[in-house]
Design a binder for this molecule. Structure first.
Ligand SMILES: Nc1ncnc2c1ncn2[C@@H]1O[C@H](COP(=O)(O)OP(=O)(O)OP(=O)(O)O)[C@@H](O)[C@H]1O
Length: 280
């Protein structure tokens, strides 16, 4: 599903977190959004997912303007979201957590469920088998019937991804999916994202870990201080002087696999000062 963001701005307390940002992601494309700390990545992510509304500009999905729709309405249009912080339902098994993702997309509603109609039982069986397949894809098959809260953090993230996939999204938004993962988990995630891309799923990936996205993305959008400063293929972006100045250059972060906070040491004085201003 095509995603088009046009002239989107969002301010907090008079300070723009995202300012006049435009980007369009073609169906089947894997787009990465990178940028230093405070660049506006998470804000842009929330503006697309519907957790935030823009002060100006439009967001459209497959040509439908959605900037005023809440997140659950965008989900129904086919937007799947994996947040950075694990959002799991405690007191439910891993499989039940994943099944939640699919319920919005099935016909049998609450009433059919409450009345235990045959259509509902059929749907439940279908959803359970879909959920198990998603758990398998994300390496969580062995956890299916265990309480979700017992999963280690990395697996809780994978569980969110399984839940999003179970809803069969047309656009998948991933917010720093590699952060906090161990090397093996990171590799598995990269493989899965590559597989999803090969299957034609449109994805937008916000990521701190530049090396992680550079080998996966078709195109990369670079934000700095709320604005798009570069866009292109990974090779083009890597060679762009504006990107090097703002983000990649001084500590060769492109080759450093880091998560969490971006180090400020070694940045140019100018970059350090402007980044500081953005946080005020
Ligand atoms: N809810 C909020 N209230 C006030 N200011 C906010 C809010 N969310 C973001 N900001 C500010 O907007 C700017 C952009 O933040 P955002 O989290 O979108 O950047 P980011 O690129 O995701 O950063 P990071 O890589 O550190 O997560 C920052 O200056 C931040 O302090």
């Amino acid at each position: 599903m095509r995603l088009a963001v046009k002239g989107v701005s969002r301010a907090f307390g008079g300070v723009y977190a995202v300012r006049d940002v435009s980007l369009s992601v073609e169906p089947g494309e894997l787009r990465a959004v990178i940028g230093p700390n405070g660049a506006g990545k998470s804000t842009l992510f929330a503006l697309i997912g519907g957790q935030l509304a823009p002060n100006a500009g439009t967001v459209s999905l497959g040509g439908v303007p959605v900037q005023r729709l809440p997140a659950h309405r965008r989900a129904r249009l086919g937007v799947g979201v994996v947040f950075q912080a694990a959002r799991i339902f405690a007191g439910m098994t891993a499989c039940e957590n994943v099944m939640v993702g699919a319920h919005a997309t099935t016909r049998a509603g609450f009433l059919a469920g409450a009345l235990r109609l045959p259509a509902h039982r059929r749907d439940e069986r279908l959803i359970r088998s879909r959920a198990l397949a998603c758990l398998e894809r994300t390496g969580l098959a062995a956890w299916a019937d265990r309480p979700a809260e017992e999963l280690p953090l990395g697996q809780q993230r994978a569980l969110q991804l399984a839940r999003a996939l179970c809803a069969e999204p047309k656009l998948l938004l991933l917010d720093e999916p590699a952060s906090g993962l161990r090397a093996g988990e990171r590799e598995r995630l990269a493989t899965l994202i590559g597989d999803l891309r090969a299957e034609g799923l449109t994805m937008l990936l916000v990521e701190h870990d530049v090396a992680f996205v550079m080998r996966l993305a078709d195109r990369v959008t670079v934000l700095d201080l709320g604005r798009v400063i570069a866009e292109g293929t990974p090779a083009e972006v890597r060679a762009d002087p504006a990107v090097i100045a703002a983000y990649l250059g001084t500590t060769e972060r492109a080759d450093v696999t880091r998560t969490g906070t971006t180090e400020k040491d070694g940045t140019t004085e100018e970059t350090a000062q402007t980044t500081g201003t953005a946080h005020e």
